[in-house]
Design a protein around this ligand. Structure first.
Ligand code: GLU
Length: 322
C-alpha cells in the first residue's frame, strides 16, 4: 500500500515538474499592436507566426496584445511592459527626439528593428455631414483618436493644416478606432481619423452600414511635408472600399510607415531571431496581409529614426543588407 502511494506521488510530481522544466527554457515575448480591426493586430500575428514556427530552435515564443496604438506601445516597450511594439514612423521619430507626447524627454532606450507597411492618414466622414475637405470639419463632431494612438498626433496636424483649433472649432471625440466605425454609423460622430494600412476592417465596417460615407481627400500637404520630415504624400486605393461613395479610384492624403520597435534592454538573440524569420521568409510573410504587397527587404530598412537594435544589425550584415 505504502509503495503504491509513493509511486503515485512520484508520478504526480514528475507530471508536475516535467512541463515546467521544459518551459523554463522558453522565453516569452509580447508584441504590442493596436485595435483588433486595424492592421497592427494581424501584423503582430504575422510576425509571431513566423518566429513561432522556429520556437524550438530559438527557445522563444511570441504572443500578441491588442493595445491603444503607437504611443502606448512605445511607452510600454520603454518601461518594460512589452518586449516589442508596432509604432508609426512619426511617433518613433518624436519619441527619439523628445517631441509631442515626449516633449523635452528624448527616449534614449528606444530601438528600431524594421519598418513594415505604409499607413495613410484616413479621414472618413458621413455624406450627410457635408465634410468634403478638412476645412469643413469646423463645428463638427470628429473622432480624432484615443490618447495612446498614433492618429491623435496626425489628426492634430491635419486640424492645424486646416487652421482649426481642437478645443474651439470642433467637437473632438477621443475615441478608439475600434469604436469609431459604429459611432459614425450610429451618427454619434460626423467623421473620424484613422492612420492605418489599407485595406482594414475598421474602414470596411464604417462603409458597410446604413449611413453613406466617403473618404475625405487631404491633397494640399506640401507645407506639412516641408515642416515634418516623417510625412510623405500618400494615396488610398478606393478599390478596397467599394461601398464608399467616392467617385475617384484613389484619394490623396499624407502618410507614414508602420515600424517595429523594441528597447535596448532586449537581448540581441531575441531581436535577431525575429528579424531573421521575417526577412528570410518575406515572400510568405507578404501573403499574410494585402497591405504588405509593397514590402521589399530594402524599404523595410527605411523610415527608421531610432538607432537600430544590434540584434537586427547582426542579421542585416549577415544578409548583406548593410
Ligand atoms: N496607426 C495606428 C496607431 O498607431 C494603429 C493602426 C493599426 O492598428 O493598424 O495607433
Amino acid at each position: 500500500m505504502k509503495k503504491v502511494l509513493l509511486l503515485v506521488l512520484c508520478f504526480g510530481l514528475a507530471l508536475l515538474l516535467a512541463p515546467s522544466a521544459s518551459m523554463a527554457r522558453i522565453q516569452f515575448v509580447t508584441i504590442g499592436t493596436g485595435g483588433v480591426t486595424g492592421v497592427y493586430y494581424p501584423t503582430g500575428g504575422a510576425i509571431s507566426r513566423m518566429v513561432n514556427k522556429k520556437a524550438k530552435i530559438y527557445n522563444m515564443k511570441a504572443t500578441v496584445e491588442s493595445t491603444g496604438g503607437s504611443v502606448f506601445n512605445i511607452n510600454a516597450v520603454l518601461n518594460g511592459d512589452l518586449e516589442f511594439g508596432i509604432a508609426q514612423s512619426d511617433r518613433q521619430y518624436q519619441a527619439v527626439n523628445g517631441m509631442k507626447e515626449w516633449k523635452g524627454k528624448a527616449q534614449k532606450k528606444l530601438r528600431a528593428v524594421f519598418s513594415i507597411h505604409p499607413e495613410s492618414i484616413t479621414l472618413i466622414a458621413s455624406d450627410a455631414s457635408g465634410i468634403n475637405s478638412i476645412a469643413d470639419m469646423k463645428g463638427k463632431r470628429i473622432g480624432i483618436g484615443n490618447p495612446g494612438s498614433g492618429q491623435l498626433g496626425n489628426s492634430r496636424d491635419a486640424l492645424a493644416l486646416a487652421g482649426l483649433d481642437e478645443k474651439k472649432d470642433i467637437q473632438a471625440e477621443y475615441i478608439k478606432a475600434v469604436e469609431a466605425a459604429s459611432a459614425l454609423q450610429d451618427e454619434r460622430i460626423d467623421a473620424f481619423f484613422y492612420t492605418v494600412g489599407h485595406p482594414n476592417g475598421s474602414i470596411k465596417e464604417a462603409t458597410a452600414g446604413r449611413i453613406k460615407v466617403h473618404i475625405v481627400p487631404i491633397p494640399d500637404v506640401q507645407s506639412l511635408i516641408a515642416k515634418y520630415p516623417y510625412y510623405a504624400k500618400a494615396f488610398i486605393p478606393m478599390k478596397f472600399y467599394p461601398n464608399a461613395t467616392n467617385k475617384e479610384d484613389k484619394v490623396a492624403t499624407f502618410g507614414v510607415k508602420a515600424t517595429l520597435v523594441t528597447s535596448s534592454d532586449i537581448s540581441d538573440d531575441i531581436v535577431y531571431a525575429i528579424t531573421k524569420e521575417v526577412f528570410d521568409n518575406l515572400e510568405a510573410f507578404k501573403k499574410l496581409h494585402p497591405a504588405y504587397s509593397v514590402l521589399t527587404k530594402k524599404n523595410m530598412l527605411e523610415g527608421l529614426s531610432a538607432p537600430l537594435h544590434p540584434g537586427a544589425v547582426k542579421y542585416y550584415k549577415e544578409a548583406g543588407l548593410m
